[in-house]
Design a protein around this ligand. Structure first.
Ligand code: ATP
Ligand code: MG
Length: 283
């Protein structure tokens, strides 16, 4: 059984099809990154998993339970947003423990959960401060702490590091990786930053116009892109693209023949000469 199943999800806003049939099955402990350019539907998909938006059709299952129509608070998920959404008048400790307070968890148990999360995030010395007395990175840690204390089945992150400067982003990336390795909770993480995707993910879904172009390990996405779009989207600087024709001698580009050391299995027979793109790894 998968920890999270996204089954033929479609989402229309009026006439506009924002998600055009998304299928993903995640094992427990996976770190899935939804990667794609602005407007491709990443947040819409995350919001559907969270219950902040309902799909037009399709199913979302957490474990073996369908959660379509289930209130966000009853889905066993916790979400961290780009904006930290902290309560300005509450201390760090109360911000982290607020969800537990609302659920009437006894104070002693709540204090322990808050302290455990704060230790994990290395902010236990900040528990009495207000959000205005924190840096951006520290505020984001508090927001993550608030998600951690709930011990959810699935963590959802929507571009949590995009408000931070480059150095802090790098630090928090390492921090998130460490946390995931320790807690082994299933994560879905939205970003348009390919470095974040490559370093954090166990699998990446590259999205484009409401569809998944490729769902694979970071290594496969990088070295064996399934489509031209993935090949040009991932990699800095991006891959060069050349129109080429493959022949028995190698590649013909603009009339020039370039001999390549193609693996034996990929060498075409003398009779065949299919046309393909130079970057296509699987003719
Ligand atoms: N409530 C809404 N009503 C109408 N259209 C919407 C609504 N929410 C999102 N959309 C449209 O759906 C598409 C996908 O939006 P979404 O927010 O999922 O993109 P995204 O991939 O998260 O982009 P970004 O990287 O900019 O955050 C966009 O074209 C957007 O305008
Ligand atoms: Mg978004």
């Amino acid at each position: 059984m998968s920890a999270l199943t996204i089954d033929k999800i479609r989402k229309n806003y009026g006439e506009v099809e924002t998600l055009k049939g998304i299928d993903i099955a995640l094992d427990s402990g996976e770190f899935l990154v939804l990667l794609g350019s602005s407007g491709c539907g990443k947040s819409t998909l995350l919001n559907i998993i969270a219950g902040l938006a309902e799909p037009t059709s399709g199913d979302v299952r957490i474990g073996d339970r369908s959660v379509v129509g289930v209130h966000p608070k009853d889905r066993d998920i916790a979400m961290v947003f780009q904006s930290y959404a902290l309560y300005p008048n509450l201390t760090v400790a109360r911000n982290i423990g607020f969800g537990l307070e609302m659920r009437k968890v006894p104070a002693a148990e709540r204090d322990k959960a808050v302290l455990d999360a704060a230790r994990l995030l290395q902010i236990e010395n900040l528990l009495d401060r207000k959000p205005s007395q924190l840096s951006g990175g520290q505020r984001q840690r508090v927001a993550i702490g608030r998600a951690l204390v709930r011990h959810p089945k699935v963590f959802l992150f929507d571009e949590p590091l995009s408000n931070l400067d480059a150095k802090l982003r790098m630090e928090m990336r390492t921090e998130l990786k460490r946390l995931h390795q320790m807690m082994k909770t299933t994560v879905v993480y939205v970003t348009h930053d390919q470095i974040e995707a490559m370093t954090l993910a166990t699998r990446i879904a590259v999205m484009r116009n409401g569809r998944i172009e490729q769902l694979d390990t970071p290594e496969a996405i990088y070295n064996r892109p399934a489509t031209l779009y993935v090949a040009t989207f991932v990699g800095a600087p991006p891959m060069n693209m050349l129109n080429a024709k493959r022949s028995a001698d190698g590649l013909t580009i603009d009339g020039a023949v370039i001999t390549l050391p193609l693996p034996r299995a990929q060498r075409p027979s003398r009779s065949a000469s299919p046309s393909l793109s130079a970057c296509d790894p699987k003719p």
